[in-house]
Design a protein around this ligand. Sequence first.
Ligand code: HMG
Ligand code: MG
Length: 306
Amino acid sequence: MKIVEVGPRDGLQNETATIPTDLKIAFIDALAATGVDEIEVTAFVSSRWLPQLSDGEAVFRGITRREGVVYSALVPNELGLDRAFSARVDKIAVFTAASETFTHKNINTSIAGSLNRFKPVIRRAREAGLTVRGYVSAAFWCAFEGRIAPEAVVDVIVQLTDLGVDEVSISDTVGKARPHEVDELLALLLPRLPADRIAMHFHDTYGRAVENVLTSWRAGIRTFDASVGGLGGCPYAPGATGNVSTEAVVQALEAEGIAAGVDVARLTQARQLLEPFMTDALRTMPAVDSAACEACEYNRGEECCW
Ligand code: HMG
Ligand code: MG
């Protein structure tokens, strides 16, 4: 099984405090010593859209690469790929969504436009020998469009794999998926894409992310994205809170007798490095937005997700 630590990217992109570059480097080096397989270091996106990660090159220059750990970065376009090449990343991740509205809000284009934009990115990355991940956000629910049909998600995934991505990361951006929805999507997808090309990326807004990880595990998935301390969220998805915490995923899997090979005490040490700078991101319990529940058409009805 594989744990992809996304805290340095998904976590820090959503943090309002400015984290000094040196501290990001120390954080990543500390994470590399925990036993995680892969670390998403940064995103080579527009600094106008995401100022928190505008020091991506300096972070890559400063880290001490640990053998066996894959260091990756998000890339939205060819300019991002050029930056990723110069930073000597091991792997890139392109990112789109199964919701048109979220895709527009997040990367300023349509789903089809994003796939078109990715064509040369994926081709050039593969020619350079890099592994390519493709994120599909809003794979269950969207902050703007509500429930997303599993067929629409599979459609985007198939298009991404046709373009040559090695792995897809199915993302519950707003953290609202329920285990039966995870089962439903995987039942539709697994006949078309083997489990070893699928990662699951759960945010934990409603406290169901660990359950969703275990549900995915039972369906055969072995790669999980997680963020130390439950950091994370997307600034372009209102209401989205942190990723499932790496500590919680490791402990839940271990309770099921599954060794994740990640040292929880060392995860805590890595998390503590950031604590002086954290504002609202390091949570121990998921936050439920009761005002959003009141406004939701499913509030307390049969389809209520809480
Ligand atoms: P745009 O404004 O349409 O792009 O944004 P543009 O091509 O018109 O460029 C605008 C400016 O950005 C130009 O600069 C470009 O040079 C610059 P100006 O001439 O105005 O000074 N620019 C860049 N600079 C640096 N690196 C680049 C780059 N590209 C353009 N790569 C764009 C389109 C995609 C660039 C923009 O929308 C963007 O950067 N979006 C990123 C948003 C983002 O990072 N969101 C969070 C990550 S996704 C996420 O969190 C979800 C995930 O966790 C899974 C889940 O949970 O769902 C992965
Ligand atoms: Mg995310």
